[in-house]
Structure formats: C-alpha cells, structure tokens
Design a protein around this ligand. Structure first.
Ligand code: PHE
Length: 342
C-alpha cells in the first residue's frame, strides 16, 4: 500500500518532467520533485511510522524512486543543453566551402595608365617628370611662348579666363618656361604631364578638359635629328615596332621649325579605315625646335643652346588602344565604362 504510494508519486513527478521544456522549468521541477518539500522527502520522513518488517522494502522503494527521479532529471538536463547547443550552432554555422565575398577593388583610370606607360618609355630615354600648375598667367601660357596679345595664333586655342590676365592653361607648354627658369643654364630633359582646358564645344572628338604630355630637351648641339629619333623611338615603343612615323611641316609660335607627327594607323596598318578616315595616318602630336625667343625667355642663351619640344593628347592614346569612339566617356565617371578598361 505504502509502496504503491511511492510509485504513484514517482510516476506523477516523471509525468511532470515530460512537460519541462527549459532550464528554469527544470530547476523548478527539481525543487518540487527532489527538494526538502518534495513528496520523496515527505515519504522518507514517514519511515519511522512504517512497521519494522515493511521498513526495508519501503526504504528501498523510496530510494529507488529518488534515484529514478535524479536519473530522469540528469537525462532531461542533458537533452535540454544539447538542444540549446544545437540551436546556437545551427544559427551560427559557417559553411567554409562557400565562395568568399570579394571586397570592392579600385583601379587606375585608363588615362592614368596611359600616362604611366608613356612616362616609363621616356624615363628609359633619360627624361624626368616635371609637374606644373594648371592655373597660369596669360604671360606664361602665351606671351613668353612667343604668342603676344593679338597674335593670331591665340585663336588656335580657345581660352578659359579666370581674370583678365589669369587663365586655365590651354596646353602643358607653359611648364617649359617654369622648368627652364628653374634649371637654366643646366641641360634639361623632361616630360610634363597634366590636365589642360579649352573653351570648346563638347563633342565626341573634343572635350573642354583633357590631358597632355609635353616633352622638352635643351642642351648644346641638340638638332632636329635628336627630335626625330626620340619621337620615332617613343612611337614604336608605344604603338609597336611596325609603325611608320611621318613628320609634316606645321606651325607653332614657340617652335621653329615646327611639325606634326603622324603615325601609320595601328588599326588598318595604313590601308585606310574609319578611325584614320581612309588616310592611313593618325595625327598624334605637335613638335619642333624650341624658338630662340622662348629659349631666351627661359634664361638660356639661344646662341649657345638649342632644344626640341613636343606635345600631344593622352586621351587619344587610350582611345586608339581600346577602340573607344567618344572622348566624353573619359571624364563622365561612369563606372561601367571605367571597369571595362581595367
Ligand atoms: N602646345 C601644343 C598644343 O597644345 C603642342 C606642342 C608642344 C607643339 C610642344 C610643339 C611643341 O597644340
């Protein structure tokens, strides 16, 4: 009868344990089923009232019930812990076989890359880079380059004026004067890369802002042959050994004699195509022997020193290299365009 009661209490506690679903409820259950106020403790407290001959069996039954409850408690605790751990692992799980996320990577602008290629070629010929300012006086941009006010050649380059006598440089040539004045009477061999500005209508072929690279060599005994050799070597290294180079007489106020440099079209090999407009030649730069007046303005004695200079657009180099048909793409900052040219 008493043993029946022990088993009844045990089964009730075990049934209650089935409903326990978290650590707090489990702790509450332990207090209720195994604590000092529990049915098991109460039954143990009654042991003295049990007749002596039934006592061992009763005691054994209570102990067995307690051990059963303790074992059930441990099993439940382990199960709840395992479940919590599984949940944590499930939500945190890292699949190391998934491909990683690449961080966004920047790239150099195609004009920067073209400039660097050009600078490297000239570096091999002993030219150093000279950086010059983009805002110039009218004097440096024109007058000291043998283009005084009202000179008709000023019309060759439409100018942005900042004030009456300050301009955004229309070409990199004013840097020639800066460099000469800094270094005369030492010999010079420099290239001057940079952005220039012209007040022109923006079209597929002309921009108000573009990049030029200028070259200047000054020394004793420099001749037009040095200019031709330097330019030809540069063109063949940039565009390939099979390119033909042609010098066409031209005019610039700051060089005398002056020439335009043409290179045989790298797209059709000179047979004539859309890019070279059927002519087989592409115009790539202006050049000439530095005008004696300009040498003097730079601080060199024109009776002792001679020099050559050349200058051309850099966007055009990238344009031809990648077959781009619209110069406006370069400074529109459309990443879809820039990323294609990585
Ligand atoms: N400055 C000239 C231009 O912008 C190019 C040039 C540079 C020509 C040096 C001769 C010598 O068109």
């Amino acid at each position: 009868m008493r043993i029946d009661e022990v088993q009844r209490q045990r089964d009730a506690a075990l049934a209650a344990l089935d409903a326990v679903d978290d650590a707090a409820a489990l702790e509450a259950w332990r207090t209720a089923a195994l604590g000092r106020a529990s049915a098991v403790a109460a039954l143990l407290g009654q042991i003295k009232a049990v007749p002596a001959d039934e006592r061992p069996a009763f005691g054994a039954a209570v102990n067995a019930a307690r051990q059963a409850l303790e074992a059930a408690f441990e099993a439940r605790r382990a199960a709840l812990e395992a479940r919590a751990l599984g949940e944590a692992l499930g939500s945190d799980r890292i699949d190391v076989t998934l491909p990683g996320t690449l961080p966004p990577r920047g790239g150099l602008h195609p004009v920067t890359r073209a400039l660097r290629r050009i600078c490297r070629i000239f570096a091999d010929m002993g030219f150093q880079v000279y950086q010059s300012r983009e805002v110039e006086t009218d004097d440096l941009n024109f007058t000291l380059l043998n283009t005084p006010p009202h000179h008709p050649a000023r019309d060759m380059q439409d100018t942005f004026y900042v004030t009456d006598d300050v301009v955004l440089r229309t070409h990199t040539s004013p840097g020639q004067i800066h460099a000469m004045r800094e270094h005369a009477p030492e010999p010079l061999r420099i290239i001057l890369p940079g952005v220039v500005y012209r007040n022109e209508k923006i079209t597929a072929r002309s921009e108000i802002q573009f990049t030029q690279i200028e070259g200047l060599a000054i020394g004793e005994g420099i001749t037009m042959a040095d200019l031709k050799g330097t330019v030809e070597n540069f063109v063949r290294r940039l565009y390939g050994p099979d390119r033909a180079v042609r010098f066409r007489a031209s005019y610039f106020p700051f060089t005398e004699p002056s020439a335009e440099v043409d290179v045989s079209c790298m797209l059709c090999g000179g047979r004539g195509c859309q890019i070279c407009k059927g002519g087989g030649w592409l115009e790539i730069m202006g050049c000439g022997m530095v005008h004696p007046t300009v040498l003097a303005n730079g601080g060199y004695d024109p009776d002792r020193f001679t020099g050559f200079a050349f200058g051309g657009g850099v966007e055009r180099v990238a344009l031809l290299r990648y077959g781009i048909d619209d110069i406006r793409h370069f400074w529109a900052n459309d990443l879809r365009f820039l990323e294609q040219l990585r």
